[in-house]
Design a protein around this ligand. Structure first.
Ligand SMILES: *[C@@H]1O[C@H](CO)[C@@H](O)[C@H](O)[C@H]1NC(C)=O
Ligand SMILES: *[C@@H]1O[C@H](CO)[C@@H](O)[C@H](O)[C@H]1NC(C)=O
Ligand SMILES: *[C@@H]1O[C@H](CO)[C@@H](O)[C@H](O)[C@H]1NC(C)=O
Ligand SMILES: *[C@@H]1O[C@H](CO)[C@@H](O)[C@H](O)[C@H]1NC(C)=O
Ligand SMILES: *[C@@H]1O[C@H](CO)[C@@H](O)[C@H](O)[C@H]1NC(C)=O
Ligand SMILES: *[C@@H]1O[C@H](CO)[C@@H](O)[C@H](O)[C@H]1NC(C)=O
Ligand SMILES: *[C@@H]1O[C@H](CO)[C@@H](O)[C@H](O)[C@H]1NC(C)=O
Ligand SMILES: *[C@@H]1O[C@H](CO)[C@@H](O)[C@H](O)[C@H]1NC(C)=O
Ligand SMILES: *[C@@H]1O[C@H](CO)[C@@H](O)[C@H](O)[C@H]1NC(C)=O
Ligand SMILES: *[C@@H]1O[C@H](CO)[C@@H](O)[C@H](O)[C@H]1NC(C)=O
Ligand SMILES: *[C@@H]1O[C@H](CO)[C@@H](O)[C@H](O)[C@H]1NC(C)=O
Ligand SMILES: CC(=O)N[C@H]1CO[C@H](CO)[C@@H](O)[C@@H]1O
Length: 626
């Protein structure tokens, strides 16, 4: 097991797993987090200040915007100051708000839930209350948090449910994001699922956030939804929730929700680099992520062959079972990091905070002696390439499943590029790096490796190329230039592979030795896209979805990185049929000449196979950054 050290690790381990239990409307006093070991003494100055803050909050609970911040800093030192706030749910009236805040501040927090704790959070249906020994005002925090799931499965078409839910939550984001100042940042929406079932959703941020921060918080919450009959994600700075029963005042529903807008550009400054934003680390420490070598050896049967799941870039992966029964995947790194140990640990801490339902979660690491191990959540099914290219399992991937996988990969990549605080470029997105869970949800793996092993993660040149031929964009393969758009290119190749059921690198269409991208483009230009579709799904697929996906794929692999869409546009396009797509230009690698004219006709295209890259489907990962 991971070493249990402080309350921080408890915070973390509470946050990491999805806490599953049915939501009952009445009792939800379970939803709290408090520092276990940082206590204050009875009759201390801290207690006096905290009581003052509680009194201020309760007496301001009838504020019209349902929000109040209070500070009490009586005493000699700053360390005795207490900061607190409450936020009432946007549709509730003052009476409900006051009852909720009063319960929190007079009994629950001081007596039953978090007695003598210096830092605490509690979330109820109607309000949330938080206090700390340091200021958090105006700051966006997504840790610690709680995920509550209704354990009942959706009855009916889950794909449709997920689509409707996604569109509804997009509306919720779009509606409240523009609200500035002290206005409520609250929105709710309703959508009919079937004649008999309706989905109700809401999202709310603390009003002290900027619109961008509010957006980021909501997106990060929604990213953790799983598709059940209901879910709520409770974060310090925002909450998101949906149910199949009306759980809020329906007159709060925004009328005529605007069409979904592309997400606004993320704030320029990365929160991770703002020195004032290091508070997150308070709740996740390197220690809480550290595993004993002995623990991992015994979990993996001493890295036995029977436990080996496969070879990935960077090393072999083993299945393990911890003494508490939890299954894990352990990656045994075969490479050295040029970074110092502390720097490496700091990066691990950051990567471990990337959490999204379409990303494989990093649970921890072990760095002992010669061993360098990364511990991940275990995903039961194999990777996408195993399914896609094995004639025995190919049939399991019907069109609906493939479509869901494409959407999942897109959302996971969007989170990496825009929504996570780190703005990660994956750099090695490919079918073998997409794992499928028991419900065939896509989970992207091996992200953040560039962050762990290369110092500079912003756009720039790199002296070595990490990536896999066949998925690498021209600018990356040739010049080592990487950016979000190189990932978009790899995504495009992956989409075309999923639709065609063919590996780009071994693609061979009888008669004409072309690569997959050219073939896709040609069929598209000639108005025969169905020719390109995997024969296994030709009869069962939904034509307009397939067309849209091929179109998106072709846009993503355009030679000019500027012409390629962003992942935000890709997700929007997948979610909304009203977005008009531009006509794709020539795929990169079609021909290496820059002078290639886009006006050229298809006959000329098929003869334009002058200078192909050599085929090689191995990850070329040179271990040592220079
Ligand atoms: C920390 O507090 C939580 C609830 O607040 C409790 O479940 C857990 O057992 C505590 N851990 C320790 C180590 O005291
Ligand atoms: C504070 O006092 C209460 C009783 O008033 C007692 O139950 C509690 O254990 C005390 N806490 C500490 C940390 O001494
Ligand atoms: C509200 O809180 C402020 C401090 O944050 C305090 O001065 C005031 O007395 C409180 N009560 C009311 C009714 O305003
Ligand atoms: C808050 O309390 C923690 C734990 O006691 C301490 O490490 C931290 O320095 C305190 N922060 C401030 C601003 O006093
Ligand atoms: C406030 O809302 C509650 C329940 O939502 C309701 O029972 C109560 O009558 C309302 N009070 C006022 C003053 O509107
Ligand atoms: C939901 O579905 C999964 C498999 O699809 C099943 O294992 C699980 O038992 C179901 N849960 C409920 C509450 O029916
Ligand atoms: C489920 O919903 C999706 C999206 O709305 C639709 O394309 C598909 O045909 C539906 N499946 C069934 C079995 O009705
Ligand atoms: C949902 O269905 C109800 C009744 O069937 C209808 O009155 C309502 O307008 C529908 N709502 C939406 C958002 O379509
Ligand atoms: C629901 O909201 C409307 C408009 O804000 C308000 O008039 C009504 O009293 C609310 N109902 C309840 C039960 O709170
Ligand atoms: C950090 O906080 C200090 C004091 O609260 C403030 O003066 C400074 O402007 C902040 N810096 C940034 C980058 O937000
Ligand atoms: C695990 O394997 C190493 C060598 O690979 C060996 O030194 C060690 O004793 C083994 N441990 C156990 C518990 O078998
Ligand atoms: C985009 C890309 O790299 N495509 C490759 C697909 O496979 C052919 C060979 O079949 C390569 O030449 C291409 O470079």
């Amino acid at each position: 097991m991971a070493k249990e050290i402080s309350w921080f690790s408890v915070f973390f381990s509470i946050y990491m797993p999805i806490i599953l239990f049915s939501i009952s409307k009445s009792s939800n006093a379970q939803n709290y987090q408090c520092s276990n070991t940082t206590m204050f003494a009875n009759n201390s100055q801290y207690q006096a200040n905290l009581n003052t803050v509680f009194r201020y909050l309760a007496s301001n609970a009838t504020n019209p915007n349902g929000y109040h911040q209070a500070v009490s800093r009586t005493g000699n030192t700053n360390s005795e100051a207490v900061y607190g706030h409450f936020l009432c749910r946007g549709d509730q009236n003052a009476t409900v708000c006051r009852n909720c805040v009063t319960t929190a501040t007079t009994t629950d927090l001081p007596i039953t839930l978090c007695p003598n704790r210096k830092v605490a959070f509690v979330w109820y249906d109607d309000c949330m209350v938080r206090y700390s020994n340091q200021s958090f005002f105006g700051q966006m925090d997504t840790v610690p948090g709680m995920i509550l799931m209704n354990s009942n499965n959706v009855t009916g078409n889950t794909t449709r449910f997920e689509e409707l839910l996604g569109n509804m939550m997009n509306n919720v984001i779009a509606v409240q994001a523009p609200n500035g100042g002290s206005q409520k940042k609250f929105a709710s929406d309703v959508v009919n699922f079937t004649t008999f079932q309706t989905i109700y959703g809401l999202g709310q941020c603390t009003p002290d956030l900027s619109p961008n921060d509010c957006n980021t918080c909501l997106v990060s919450g929604i990213g953790q939804f799983q598709i059940n009959q209901g879910a709520q994600v409770l974060l310090p700075s925002c909450v998101v929730r949906y149910e199949i029963y009306p759980f809020f005042n329906l007159s709060s529903v925004v009328q005529a929700a605007p069409p979904p807008q592309p997400l606004p550009p993320p704030p320029r400054q990365s929160p991770a680099t703002n020195p004032n934003r290091t508070r997150d680390e308070d709740f996740t420490t390197v220690e809480s992520l550290q595993f004993d070598l002995a623990t991992l050896q015994s979990a993996t049967n001493n890295f036995s062959m029977e436990n080996k799941l496969g070879e990935g870039g960077f090393g072999s992966v083993y299945k393990g079972t911890l003494s508490n029964g939890r299954t894990i995947a352990v990656k045994r790194l075969s490479i050295n990091s040029s970074q110092g140990l502390q720097e490496f640990k700091n990066e691990i801490l950051l990567v471990a905070k990337l959490q999204h339902r379409n990303l494989v979660r990093l649970l921890g690491f072990c760095f002992e002696g010669q061993e360098k191990l990364l511990v991940y959540e275990y995903i039961p099914n194999k990777s996408l390439d195993n399914f896609l290219y094995d004639p025995e399992t190919q049939g399991l991937l019907d069109w609906a499943t493939r479509y869901k996988i494409i959407g999942g990969i897109a959302r996971g990549m969007l989170y990496l590029h825009h929504d996570s605080q780190l703005r990660i470029i994956h750099r090695d997105l490919k079918a073998s790096n997409v794992l499928l869970d028991a419900d065939m949800n896509a989970k992207i793996s091996d992200f953040g490796m560039a962050k762990l092993f290369v110092v500079d993660q912003s756009q720039g040149n790199t002296s070595r190329v990490v990536g896999t031929y066949g998925y690498m964009s021209p600018e990356y393969a040739m010049h080592g230039q990487f950016s979000n758009k190189s990932d978009v290119y790899s995504f495009g190749v992956l989409v075309l592979e999923i639709i065609s059921g063919q590996r780009n690198s071994t693609f061979y269409q009888s008669g004409e030795a072309e690569d997959l991208l050219c073939y896709a483009w040609k069929q598209w230009r000639e108005g025969m896209p169905l020719e390109f579709v995997d024969p296994m799904i030709r009869d069962s697929c939904t034509m307009d979805e397939v067309m849209r996906c091929i179109h998106i794929g072709l846009l993503c692999v355009q030679e000019s990185a500027d012409e390629r869409p962003t992942m935000a546009t890709v997700v929007l396009t997948l979610d909304s049929y009203s977005v008009t797509l531009s006509v794709p230009e020539t795929p990169g690698f079609f021909i290496k000449s820059k002078a290639f004219n886009k006006e050229v006709g298809s006959d000329q295209l098929s003869s334009g196979k002058a200078a192909y890259w050599s085929v090689n489907d191995v990850s070329i990962t040179e271990p040592e950054p220079r």
